[in-house]
Design a protein around this ligand. Structure first.
Ligand SMILES: [Zn+2]
Length: 393
């Protein structure tokens, strides 16, 4: 996806300024000092975003990565929040408009749809999001496309463009039409996500989500929003995903929802892989073997889970458990994966001690997965697998 055109090249001096301000904010010890750094950083980041100077922002983020403490988080938080939310003037006072995402975890034997959302479904989604997720006075508009993660905006400026377009849709009480010809193809994988993207508008300072208005504990309120959304929202999503098992995660502001969904998809894809293998190989989970192996680049980067039938050496399928930055080597990730595999009914679980390479297929780029001997192999379904025309390598 092409980056937005840049008006000018930024020098290192400007980049250092962003990092310096983020460092100030991250190391401040009081709310009183925070306010100063926040205001300065907000003004600086806004200038770069307004100029579509994506390159300078990315350079500053790279540099902040090497800095002390929470400098990177302070800068990334500011960039993300100014990307996904803006305050605009209106006759009724200042309005805050914020990009949101409602993620769907989904798997299937056939290609998972990534298509235009029909009008009636849009109306239903609008009603259910309004009733269960957003605050009573919030106004929302949705984009009429069920996006795969790869089809979402790829840059801060594209995300801001989408927010501006959705803001216009809210003003016109309509939805945002996405030209499906402009959207790239979604990858054909067994387990994936789909996203409903929209914007929510409230009077600046007023509640945005339903849980902000609740009188119970915030976590309880959030959970009850989620279960209502899963029930009623799930019924609205269903017609788009007939034949595909799916699970809704909590709709939130754009970046937070995407991150939450990424994390939730790790556990989801384990259950989905087992259900998929049971369906296509007609082998009960109890006869399947799962092999967990840690794959190393600079440090441990991800766990790959290979699946085999019984004690065979061939790998028939695999799934990846990427590690996020605060999951150090000694966190109990392997135990968590073992528990999920056991809950899915897998007969034999093997956790390898070896440091495995981050290997991919030279021909198709598919990741290789460990077998019981710790060899990294290309996953191939058995020849008699019933994939119902699914495109699998
Ligand atoms: Zn291949």
């Amino acid at each position: 996806m092409p980056r937005a055109p840049f008006r000018r090249k930024s020098g290192t001096r400007e980049t250092s300024q962003l990092v310096r301000l983020a460092e100030g904010l991250a190391s401040s010890k009081s709310r009183a000092e925070d306010i100063f750094w926040e205001r300065e950083l907000e003004a600086a980041v806004t200038t770069y975003l307004d100029n579509n100077d994506e390159e300078a922002i990315n350079r500053a983020l790279d540099k902040a990565h090497d800095s002390e403490d929470d400098t990177f988080d302070a800068l990334a938080d500011m960039v993300e929040s100014l990307t996904e939310s803006m305050v605009v003037d209106s006759e009724l006072g200042k309005q805050r408009v914020t990009l949101f995402c409602a993620p769907i975890l989904v798997w299937g034997r056939n290609k998972i749809p990534a298509t235009t959302i029909p009008k009636q479904t849009l109306t239903n989604l609008n009603v259910q999001l309004g009733a269960h997720v957003f605050a009573s006075k919030a106004k929302i508009a949705i984009a009429d496309f069920l996006f795969a993660p790869d089809q979402l905006p790829h840059s801060y400026s594209e995300s801001r463009e989408m927010l501006s377009a959705l803001r216009e849709s809210i003003r016109e009480r309509g939805h945002l039409s996405v030209d499906s010809k402009t959207v790239e193809d979604a990858p054909d994988v067994v387990c994936d996500m789909r996203m409903i993207i929209g914007a929510v508008q409230v009077l600046d300072g007023e509640p945005m989500f339903a849980w902000e208005e609740a009188t119970t504990s915030v976590e309880e309120a959030r959970q009850s929003c989620l279960s209502a959304w899963r029930g009623q929202g799930g019924a609205a999503v269903q017609p788009m995903l007939v034949g595909f098992p799916f699970e809704l995660t909590l709709p939130r502001t754009f970046f937070a929802a995407c991150r939450d969904a990424d994390l939730a998809s790790r556990a989801y894809s384990i259950g989905a892989s087992v259900a998929y293998l049971e369906a296509v190989t007609a082998t009960p989970a109890s006869k399947l073997t799962a092999i967990i192996g840690g794959c190393w680049g600079n440090g441990i980067e991800e766990y790959r889970i290979g699946f085999s039938i019984g004690d065979e050496e061939d790998v028939i399928h695999g799934t990846i458990w990427p590690l996020v930055s605060d999951e150090a080597e000694d966190t109990p990730v392997v135990e968590e994966i073992e528990t999920l595999l056991a809950a899915a009914g897998i007969g034999t679980v093997i956790a390898l001690e070896d440091r495995l390479p981050l290997e991919f297929c030279d021909d198709c780029g598919a990741p290789h997965f460990p077998n019981r001997d710790g060899e990294m192999l290309h996953a191939h379904l058995p020849e008699d697998a019933d994939t119902h025309g699914a495109q699998l390598h």
